[in-house]
Design a binder for this molecule. Sequence first.
Ligand code: NAD
Length: 247
Amino acid sequence: MKGQVALVTGAAMGIGLACAEAFAKEGATVIMADIKKPDEQAQKFVEVGYKAVAYECDVADSQAVKAMIDWIVATYGRLDHALNNAGIQTPQRPMAEITEEEFDRTVAVDLKGVWNCMQYEIEQMLKQGGGQIVNTSSQGGVTGFPGQAAYISCKHGVIGLTRTASMDYAAKNIRINAICPGVIATPMLEDLVARNPKLGEDLVRDIPAGRLGKPSEIADAVLWLCGPKATFVHGHALLVDGGFTIH
Ligand SMILES: NC(=O)c1ccc[n+]([C@@H]2O[C@H](COP(=O)([O-])OP(=O)(O)OC[C@H]3O[C@@H](n4cnc5c(N)ncnc54)[C@H](O)[C@@H]3O)[C@@H](O)[C@H]2O)c1
């Protein structure tokens, strides 16, 4: 990926951070975007010789996303890969107890955030003649999960958006796919388990592989989706879940 430019949203920690590192390891210049500028994380990568830069952007804000893509193109001339990964969880409660405000913010980040990013990424990729986009859905994009109605709706929506946009742009040399992580040991999950310790035990019990996934295992799959070994893969929702969804 030397000479190529990759954008990762939600790159300050967890899956996004691991994916930013993986793109950088392959030689890409990585723009690490997050709601709070991840200066320290980018600096650590620069110190080991990677090309990384931190950028502050709330993906729910379409104008901020447009400004980010404009800046990337003005600075680096192109955008080859984009991982639309920023996401939030809703407090775990039965559907009718989730407030309208909580639902709206979840949709704004987890679904419209992906929409916002894709709109401007695709605009640039059309101009330059192609590119690769991966949207982070979840195993919850293909299953239900109690107490997570807002989040799960968004993750299903991300797959629908991925499939449809992929059909719109596959012939324009833009490959758009989704990654569906299973239960991955990240700050998001630790936060969820801290609020409900029994959930942690239950989750591992239901994973045929018998363990949580690692962020680097998601990064491996994202890099494959973006790379030269996946050139005929379009509109796919790739489950990397230790077998959770086999049930
Ligand atoms: N961890 C899991 O088990 C798991 C499973 C399935 C899917 N996912 C999905 O993977 C993605 C990353 O999850 P994670 O576990 O690494 O989470 P995380 O909470 O560890 O990291 C999410 C990152 O997104 C950033 N972010 C949140 N709102 C943002 C916004 N509006 N604009 C820009 N950045 C924002 C956060 O600051 C954070 O750095 C999410 O979309 C999540 O839904 C995670």
